[in-house]
Design a protein around this ligand. Sequence first.
Ligand code: SF4
Length: 310
Amino acid sequence: MKYLFGPVPSRRLGISLGVDLVPHKVCSLNCVYCEVGKTDLLTLERKEYVPINDVLAELDEFLATKPNLDFITFSGQGEPTLNSGLGRVINHVKDHYPVYKVAVLSNGTLFWDRSLRREVMRADLILPDLDAVSQDIFLRINRPKAGLDNKKVIQGLKDLRAEFPGKILMEVFLVPGLNDSPEELQLIRSELLSIAPAIVQLNSLDRPGTEDGVKAMPRDSLLRIVDYFKPLKVEIIANPQSRKTIPSFNVSIEQQILDTITRRPSTDADLCQILSLHKNELNKYLSVLLENNRITAIEMERGTFFKIKQ
Ligand code: SF4
């Protein structure tokens, strides 16, 4: 399958069938913490980056097997709302497979566009990000396409909240030294209170391999922020270990990764190619293996290599 991946054990969505609507890597941002890699096409232009008819054909073929899924999720290797056919795919699923719930994982930067807001109306869940309110911190952490004004982005999120009948879960990705100052946290809290999502999820780096200087937020700091954001309902996105309890966690994939890097330390790109895994799917397994101290990551000239922990 070219446009579908998984089902993967998702931290936030249970058993999730991923749908990729943009190629690697088309995004409106180039976040310092991105696990998918550097943005190749930084853009705000919505268009049919992958052929929607082909996506629908793959979905029809896969869903004919009546898989057990918690969500069909638009996510993948960039920003899914950049595909102008997003609404067509959501409508197709809702018209032909109403038993399945639909989630849109988005960086939240394009909801100022009224036509996009109309397209996502039939989704069940939207998960946008809000990592910064100040324009200068937005520029430093999310590195948007030039000209993207964060005030406009945040107003788009408020409009989405006012119009969307489904559930909104907002994610805040925290990077120590970038968006965790008391001033920025106060601004983020205030905007979150005004957007009023059902839940705020705090996220932080859970595996190496992104950019130098981007560190994980210690758990006690995350807990303090949970407290500070009250009365918002806030959760820390579960520890990677919890993925193992999700039924679609595939121990044979885990073993294949271990077998491969036992023979030769490999980068995530090597592993994707050798094992024919989607990068998002691979990331979930690497997080669990790192968390369990079974593998380690070392920085080398060609990138981050994963090897067996001795
Ligand atoms: S929005 Fe998502 S895909 Fe785009 S750069 Fe940021 S983390 Fe990566």
